[in-house]
Design a protein around this ligand. Structure first.
Ligand code: UDP
Length: 329
């Protein structure tokens, strides 16, 4: 069961599961997810706090992948209550239902935000976890809950710490849809199409080669593949395991913008603004543990990420136009 399966990474993982011969049931309350991203799959529309829906659905599953969470750092600082309620309280309701249903396999969407501002990069899994915002804190709590539940109840779990998820499925039918959109690549693409104003570049005075922040952008389908490998790996996991999912290669905001301009052949309208609160200068994964344990390695480049994101952006615009036409007809 893919909880949050109508969301960005959940929907890509559902497709990856199917490619590998698994049946996937999607479970999503559609607060952030979209029904059209779940097309072709059984979708249960319900909340993770809904015990009766959960216990009915869990009777039919061999394992759970949990993607259903609020995931915007800035919003979590403004509205910590929402993050602790949905990600911690809601997450625990799900976890308890899983235990009560005698399901013992669990894959969790974690994040590099659990590390906060690391003392060194690339970041290995044994880096102290010191999140600097409520989003990261909520994920840290859940990682620890999984470990405790593993020891006490025999739950086997893998927490996958994503770096910057980006790009879209090569097939062109699913991709990233956030409202509002705050992420760098879709924001830059929307600045090109005129769907929004100029991209604001959050700071160019960081202690990096070109002054802009460095991140590790990993293609969503590489992440999706990692979930399938992690699920297969659960039998070998004693209790709980945690792996970084990144490429190991950092790209600056300027480098991302240059790649977008190469792929689209269009200048990204932009202006330099102040730094965004809570942005560390550099976050890059050391993904070697995931490679050793899961046999996983990101295979898609930044160019692939931008190319598929651009294809998806155009599809979304087309979809938007068709929807407006259908509504007004
Ligand atoms: N960024 C930017 N302008 C934007 C959005 C993002 O300059 O409109 C920068 C941001 O400061 C960070 C990088 O792009 O250094 C990636 O940000 P994003 O929000 O995509 O992901 P995050 O790293 O916050 O998960």
């Amino acid at each position: 069961m893919v909880v949050g399966g109508a969301g960005y990474i959940g929907s890509h993982t559902a497709h990856a599961l199917r490619r590998h011969g698994y049946d996937a049931i999607l479970y999503d309350n559609l607060s952030r997810g979209h029904r059209f991203l779940a097309e072709g799959f059984e979708l249960i529309v319900a909340d993770i706090a809904d015990r009766s829906q959960l216990s009915r659905a869990l009777k039919r599953v061999a394992g759970v992948m949990h993607f259903a969470a609020d995931s915007q750092v800035g919003e979590s600082v403004q509205h910590p209550r929402k993050y602790f309620t949905n990600n911690v309280e809601g997450g625990l309701a799900l976890l308890n239902a899983v235990i009560d249903a005698d399901v013992r396999k669990f894959i969790f969407s974690s994040t590099c935000a659990v590390y906060g501002v690391p003392a060194k990069v690339p970041i290995t899994e044994d880096t102290p976890r010191q999140p600097v915002n409520p989003y990261g804190m909520s994920k840290l709590f859940f990682e620890d809950a999984l470990e405790s539940y593993g020891r006490a109840y025999g739950l086997r779990s893998v927490s996958l710490r994503y770096f910057n998820a980006a790009g879209a499925d090569e097939g062109g039918n699913i991709g990233e849809v956030h409202d509002p959109e705050t992420h760098l690549i879709p924001s830059a693409l929307k600045a090109i199409t005129g769907e929004r104003g100029a991209l604001e570049l959050f700071g160019d005075d960081y202690p990096t080669a070109d002054g802009t922040c460095i991140r590790d952008y990993v293609h969503v389908n590489d992440l999706a593949e990692a979930h399938v490998l992690a699920f297969k790996h659960l039998d070998a996991v004693n209790n709980s395991a945690r792996y970084n999912l990144g490429t190991g290669k950092g790209e600056s905001v300027q480098q991302v913008i240059s790649t977008i301009e190469d792929v689209t052949g269009t200048r990204v309208p932009r202006r330099v603004g102040p730094r965004r609160g809570g942005d560390p200068p550099e976050l890059v994964a050391d993904p070697s543990l995931a490679q050793a344990a899961l046999g996983w390695k990101a295979t898609r480049s930044l160019h692939d990420i931008v190319r598929t994101a651009w294809q998806w952006e155009q599809k979304l615009r087309q979809r938007g136009k068709n929807t407006v036409r259908m509504t007004s007809a």
